[in-house]
Design a protein around this ligand. Sequence first.
Ligand code: 13P
Length: 291
Amino acid sequence: MSIVNAKEMLLKATDGGYAVGAFNITNLIQMEAVIEAAVERSAPLIIQTSVTPSKFLGREVLVAIYRTLAEAAPIPICLHLDHCTDVGYCKDCAAAGYTNIMIDASKQGFEENIRQTREVADYAHGQGDISVEGELGTVAGVEDQVKVVEDETQLADPAAAVEFVERTGIDLFAPAIGTAHGVYKTSDPKVDFDRLAAIRKALETAGLQVPLVVHGGTGLPEHTVKKLLELGGAKFNVSTELKHSLIDATFDYLQANRGEYNPGKIDKAVKVAIKKTVNGWIDRLGCQGEA
Ligand code: 13P
């Protein structure tokens, strides 16, 4: 039960009216912290790595740590590769044991996005129980190697969304709806709720059951998260907030204990901070007790 892909977990979330937090991690302490928080709250969990940490730590190493921790945890946990623009690396990670893969060909033209996404979906499905996320339109901001300036941002079109999901065979769908990676410039960013509602309706009308992914979780106000949940957002991606938790906790600890040379205590402070962040998201997404 502990090692799972994202699809079943998110279909259940969509039916139950809650969402699952998908947290980007860059090291072992963060992975342990997000798992501990989710286990304590009995919440389903998606752990994500971008391509850079996956290459830096090694995909096989990450998968081995994930499997060890997830197998011992009484909750379903998925390991997701986030925003990978390289079809070959998507396949490498699927073969290594990631259980959900995001091919991000959203900067390509529509046909090329479909072609690359379909290739990854076919490969991952052929490998066994691995689900695939695709993106249509472009999410502004920087996420690892993917950079989209605001002027280039394109939101997803509902009719194109149906065609994209049908022709790619993806399991989860990330439509661009105005959310952005990184820190928002305003405390109340403009999100196109009507567009998400239209996309959901168009998919339902076409008989496509595909959980919806919200990118750019960091900084979204409570009322926006609530509305996105009501509209069917099933997976909320959170990266920047976790990076801030890690770096701020490390900085604060070192500033208060500059003469001390005990790395374990820094790890402990980081763990507390990350768990606090994850707990906040479990509250907002309503997934406590849903494992
Ligand atoms: P944030 O960095 O804004 O939380 O976005 C995370 C994300 O969408 C990763 O795919």
